[in-house]
Design a protein around this ligand. Sequence first.
Ligand code: 2HA
Ligand code: ZN
Length: 277
Amino acid sequence: MALSILDKNEDLRRAIMDVAEVAGYIWEKGWGERNGGNITLNVTDYFSSVAPQSLDIPSIDLPVALPYIAGMYFYVKGTQKRMRDLARWPMANGCIIRVSEDGLSFQMVADEPIAPTSELPSHLMVQNYLVQSGSKYKATLHTHPIELVALSHIPEFLDDTKYPNHLTTTLWSMIPETLAFAPLGLGIVPYQVPGSLELAQATLEKIEKYDVTLWEKHGVFAVGTDIMDAFDQVDVLNKAARIYLDACATGQRPTGMSLRQMKEVQSVFSLPTKRII
Ligand code: 2HA
Ligand code: ZN
């Protein structure tokens, strides 16, 4: 059997094992039913010592030009692949792609020719933005966290014009850690067809400001320095959503921490109000 690309590249293997670990958490939490959710990781750094291979394999067109990630490598979950399988066999349920030098197409580099996710436009458009803006963020994660999706069905949490920042403030007020570990809050993207360019474009606009955006009645899209960081932010926000719903299940509306208490946490921990890197 041919050597896997991971056997020849220990740093790449570790990064992909982190992806596999997060895929396992997603399955265990019930956020990744069937083939639900996607992960994309910029792995270009692990290929820097390797000259671009001349690849005698077909190129697949991208829906939009992505010049900033031209020549870059990404690990991407495969289309129709399951998180619970990826947790055990990451290279049989995901692939490494290389974007062409003109940023107009990509090729599947390793190991098996697995077609990437239907959400590739949103993942690569956001990756393109991250490189363009000089960000250190390498990971994008789409998943279906139950409690956050449940809250995206509640009209008062969706109308950011009538109730500005209402969902973020409610989540922050549930437990101080939410404010500390998801200090940028949660952006909201109104419902769009999954996999569409419209969804990708709307996500991109929110990701400029937020690390995590909620796709109305669908899931979340998160970015992070690595896959653990992206996962942790979703986990923290979803935990707050769970506390909110559990409190509501008593038949009462939770009071939440007061604005004064939240401001105190913000100043004691010097929390950022904008992305720093
Ligand atoms: O790829 O979750 O939204 C599976 C999805 C699409
Ligand atoms: Zn989805």
